[in-house]
Design a protein around this ligand. Structure first.
Ligand code: SF4
Length: 247
């Protein structure tokens, strides 16, 4: 099996309710161009912890819950890692999902070639797109890459009329200062987006790092308090964004 007709899957989560509307199956693909210090899926970096599968094998698993998608308006979510890195098998999976009438969602960091986004544009009902930090130099320090390509891709999706839900991991002391929150709100509003989902950082994943013999990039990072969340929500809302909090 070659890279072009298969992908490396490190998890398939059935009955997921946070990865798009309704009840969904979320497929997690290995590989990511970024190295965020708070990454909750370090398996994405270690290909040996993934299974090489063809899209039809993944689709057979996804279709087990077809009845649940039908009654709940759910479907398939493709996540990672960065799922759009290896585009051909993802395109094949999304095409199969649409053939079965499923709602499709792709969770992306935006750190991919614009051609890969264009290749799935007509196959994706919802992009969940992460914004991590607005300052490019700081973004590079935190993730290994600046913001230029990511912001360009956010603009591209909006210009193409794609349905995009922007999300931001809320990381105390990292990206929840007033300047970054206001720049995030202004960036979104300037691109016609009216809302943002905040995803509070949590530490439930740290055992995974130990099991994989990896060290988290920001070991001292702590989850936001209720006050941190409220402060961030109010700051974004004062700028004119509708804010929802995940979890
Ligand atoms: S973009 Fe997502 S998967 Fe990739 S390193 Fe960052 S948090 Fe992890």
């Amino acid at each position: 099996m070659s890279e072009s007709d298969a992908f490396r899957v490190f998890d398939i989560q059935r009955f997921s309710i946070y990865d798009g509307p309704g009840i969904r199956t979320t497929v997690f693909l290995a590989g990511c161009a970024l190295r965020c210090g708070w990454c909750q899926n370090p398996e994405a970096f270690r290909g040996e912890h993934a299974t090489v599968l063809r899209p039809d094998a993944v689709m057979a698993e996804v279709l087990k819950d077809l009845d649940y998608y039908t009654v709940s308006g759910g479907g398939l979510t493709v996540s990672g890692g960065e799922p759009l890195l290896h585009i051909a098998p993802v395109q094949a999976l999304l095409t199969a999902a649409k053939r079965h009438g499923l709602h499709t969602c792709v969770q992306t960091s935006g750190a991919v070639s614009q051609a890969h986004l264009a290749a799935v544009l007509d196959l994706v009902d919802l992009f969940q797109f992460d914004l991590k930090h607005m300052n490019s130099a700081r973004h590079k320090q935190l993730t290994g890459a600046g913001t230029e390509r990511i912001h360009g891709n956010a603009r591209f999706l909006r210009d193409q009329g794609a349905t995009v839900q922007f999300r931001m991991p809320l990381l105390p002391g990292i990206n929840d200062d007033a300047e970054n929150l206001e720049r995030t709100a202004d960036f979104l509003l300037g691109h016609g987006a009216a809302d943002l989902r905040l995803v509070p950082y949590h530490r439930l994943y740290v055992d995974k790092y130990a099991a994989l013999d990896l060290t988290p990039g920001l070991p001292a990072l702590v989850p936001p308090t209720a006050q941190d969340l409220q402060r961030a929500t109010e700051r974004l809302a004062a700028r004119g964004l509708a804010v929802a909090v995940d979890g």
